[in-house]
Design a protein around this ligand. Sequence first.
Ligand code: NCD
Length: 293
Amino acid sequence: MKHLITTKDFSKEEILALFKDAKEFLDEKPRELLKGKSITTIFFENSTRTLSSFETAAKRLNAKVLRLDVSRSSSSKGETLFDTAANLDAMNPSAIVVRHQHSGVPLSLAKHVHCPVLNGGDGKHAHPTQALLDLFTIYEHFKGDVRGKKVIIVGDIKNSRVANSNIELLTRFGLEIILVAPPHFMPKTSLKQFYKLDKNLIKQSDVIMSLRTQTERHQKQIYGSLKDYANDFCITKDLIEDQKLIILHPGPVHRNVDISDEVLADERSLVLKQVKHGVAIRMAALKKVILEQ
Ligand code: NCD
């Protein structure tokens, strides 16, 4: 059984095949590939993009979607996750997509059900489909020539599952990662790191991946204000000037904290393209885990 819990679950060859499928799915035509299949989504943590992206992907492949409304489900009545899982499993879904505020839940769930589990984000741990769509966006932009490209990841890296998954995946594909964050948002790592964004650093880069400050994961307020943070880490036109690079962000964007209005409207900002690519990547991932048993 194939699950997608972290990016490590797919080999390089599998990912390249996934990109090939995703590229075809960019035509947004409905397909019958998952006709008769049923996909359950269960999101214990808020989501705008990921949930709707997975559901759009499933429907575009003609699968049925059952969304478990967690606020109304029995977990809010004290049922354990595993009893919930056993009950879900008894309905015999073709795959389950789960998001949870605690790291490790998708992996535990995978051990208790009889269908593939796809991780829609677990705590600070992993968000594999986000990293796959990010790499796919870079791959498409540079027409497959990604080896040696320099990627600055800037923001709340330590608390970000998106950063975690991207660091694993992008490194494996030969991209060079540079981390930029205040010391309290910097993970322990041997990657190159800087505590401030400056023009020199940006001049050497091909991609800037900006991340949201994960305020919901902070025990206490760390920065004086988001404005102080923005002064040091917001991507502005003044910083990027007319340089040839692309700017990514997984969303939701804190406007003028993570990226300025002006840069978001710039053609180098591929934030909406990432959303479009996300549906295609999730179609390819659902197809893979459900059909390649
Ligand atoms: C991210 C997430 O939830 O991990 N967003 C997303 O999935 N598009 C990043 C975030 O919340 O900042």
